[in-house]
Design a protein around this ligand. Structure first.
Ligand SMILES: Cc1cc2nc3c(=O)[nH]c(=O)nc-3n(C[C@H](O)[C@H](O)[C@H](O)COP(=O)(O)OP(=O)(O)OC[C@H]3O[C@@H](n4cnc5c(N)ncnc54)[C@H](O)[C@@H]3O)c2cc1C
Ligand code: SF4
Length: 503
């Protein structure tokens, strides 16, 4: 048949309701999908991330084929996406190539070279790029909270008329507790999805072709289809949403999931739409199945943070990826790729990351991210690690979270101050320190916690610039309590930590 439209579907665009399919005619059009090695090697992608993408893509391909659609699908090929597309387009000679906006700036640029490509808007998101640009216009500073309130009003989410439900926009004071000595309360384990034959095939392929890559696949159980993502959503809303807010920031040894949704990967691959997730959470509150504080805290992550970071990404790329406001110049410690460290908090967070491709937000921000910030690791290396190891990692969401929120490398676009803290924060929010050979309240001496040493060293190194930030004044002022001898001892131990002699 003479091909009319070739509809490009990228690995994170697995949405049957996507604008790419508007007007799709199976008699004249075909879908194009490709697995290319470059996507797994441009950063040192973990096995769970590669397996999730390939498995979800193959399941989506089969679903489209079951509808009787033609899907031109390349299983794992060497080379690049655009090279493969060019080759297939010249072979099949479609009249037009259609694609939904790519989620990554570089891919968007590369695909733009395809002659006559027609771009369509990504309807998955609740704030278009143009709407975010309008929100940003004329503002000196972009802050998530104001954006989130606008989104609540625009989409009528958790609103009672013109007022926020419950009279407040934010219930943080009721959320974010730590577990205390007894540890997390009893809860049902999250719904797992045992690999089917197609996923098992992918797992074998990844183990063979990417044997040297980090992570392992023995416990791979992520949802890989829209139907499974729907089940995962139901399971979360019923079993964990009611306590989500309360324990949102808490961490516990051997407990990777706690009360978190585990929905980010399904959302980012577009197996699940954010509007549906938000509606289900709001419904649970309106029907009395979950408290408002938990539901508001959860919805803020999706309607607020998720849309906001996407807006920042597209407003600021490509120069955003190069930013390094604090002049960080250290290499990422090798143990980020192995988990081999005697610091229990890092061992736990990195260990579960390699095992499952997952860590929750506070583990990413206040354990792995915090350590890299305090150590002064080059932001690009930190970014490449986060992009490589998490199953939900896609650049539009990963980059602002890593470079902006966790490393303060954008100089304050994402966060109004660096998320700098000592080991005492980790001690308060987890039980990690109880099993650790270091002491979170000691900054010098043989048992000093590397986080605490580096925290003071970070303040000393950046005293002048941080002192100008009104939100850091209190923290910086504490430096005046240190004697010259204490300063020297902290700096000397920090040099040892930096040299890899401790930790
Ligand atoms: C350094 C760093 C890197 C990160 N990289 C990614 C990434 O590559 N991909 C990604 O999806 N999230 C990323 N996040 C945000 C967040 O950590 C994950 O979305 C969350 O941990 C996913 O787990 P969950 O589905 O159980 O989320 P929950 O904690 O249950 O939250 C519910 C949902 O809210 C959304 N969400 C929560 N926080 C954020 C946030 N800060 N930005 C955007 N969406 C958010 C996610 O879609 C998530 O599924 C990163 C955070 C940090 C600090
Ligand atoms: S003492 Fe320091 S290194 Fe050890 S677990 Fe606590 S914060 Fe982490």
């Amino acid at each position: 048949m003479a091909l009319r439209n070739l509809v490009v579907v990228l690995g994170d665009q697995l949405d049957a309701g996507s604008a790419a399919f508007d007007g799709f005619d199976p008699e004249q059009d075909a879908v194009w999908m490709a697995e290319v090695e470059e996507e797994s090697t441009k950063v040192w992608c973990s096995k769970p991330r590669i397996a999730l993408f390939l498995s979800a893509m193959r399941h989506f391909r089969d679903e489209l084929r079951q509808r009787g659609w033609t899907v031109l699908y390349q299983e794992l090929q060497p080379g690049s996406l655009v090279g493969q597309l060019r080759m297939d387009a010249s072979r099949h000679r479609p009249k037009k190539v259609i694609a939904v906006e790519a989620g990554e700036w570089t891919v968007r640029q590369q695909l733009s070279d395809i002659e006559g490509i027609e771009w369509r808007e990504d309807r998955h998101f609740l704030c278009s790029r143009a709407e975010f640009a309008a929100h940003a216009r004329g503002r000196k500073q972009l802050r998530m909270e104001f954006f989130y309130r606008e989104m609540r009003k625009r989409h009528g989410v958790l609103m009672d008329g013109a007022q926020p439900a419950g009279g407040e926009w934010n219930f943080d004071q009721e959320n974010r507790k730590s577990f205390g000595k007894e540890g997390p309360p009893l809860r049902l384990p999250p719904r797992r999805f045992a690999p089917d034959a197609l996923t098992r095939e992918v797992i074998q392929l990844v183990n063979e072709r990417f044997a040297e890559h980090p992570g392992d696949l023995q416990e791979f159980d992520w949802p890989v289809t829209a139907a499974q993502a729907e089940e995962a959503l139901q399971d979360f809303v019923e079993a964990r949403l009611p306590q989500f807010g309360e324990w949102q920031d808490a961490m516990w040894t051997g407990e990777p999931w706690l009360f978190h949704a585990r929905l980010s990967a399904a959302l980012n691959l577009k197996l699940l739409g954010p509007a549906k997730v938000i509606a289900r959470a709001e419904e649970a509150w309106r029907q009395g199945r979950a408290p408002l504080a938990a539901v508001e805290g959860f919805i803020r992550q999706i309607l607020g943070w998720r849309e906001y970071v996407r807006g920042i990404y597209w407003q600021s790329m490509p120069e955003y990826a190069e930013r390094n406001a604090l002049g960080a110049d250290q290499a990422l410690p090798e143990f980020y790729w192995t988990g081999k460290t005697s610091m229990v908090c890092l061992r736990e967070a990195i260990g579960q990351t390699l095992r499952f491709g997952y860590a929750h937000h506070i583990q990413r921000l206040m354990v792995t991210g915090l350590y890299a910030l305090l150590l002064g690791v080059r932001p690009r290396e930190v970014h490449e690690w986060y992009l490589a190891v998490y199953v939900d990692a896609v650049e539009w969401v990963e980059l602002p979270n890593t470079l902006g929120m966790s490393q303060y490398a954008d100089g304050g676009v994402m966060a109004s101050k660096p998320y700098a803290a000592s080991g005492k924060y980790i001690q308060r929010m987890s039980n990690y320190c109880r099993g650790c050979r270091f002491r979170p309240d000691e900054s010098t001496g043989p048992r000093a916690c590397p986080f605490t040493t580096l925290y003071w060293d970070f303040l000393l190194r950046h005293e002048a610039e941080l002192g100008r930030n009104p939100r850091m004044v209190m923290q910086v002022r504490n430096l005046s309590r240190l004697s010259p001898e204490q300063r020297a001892a902290i700096q000397s131990r920090a040099s040892e930590v930096r040299a890899g002699a401790i930790g």
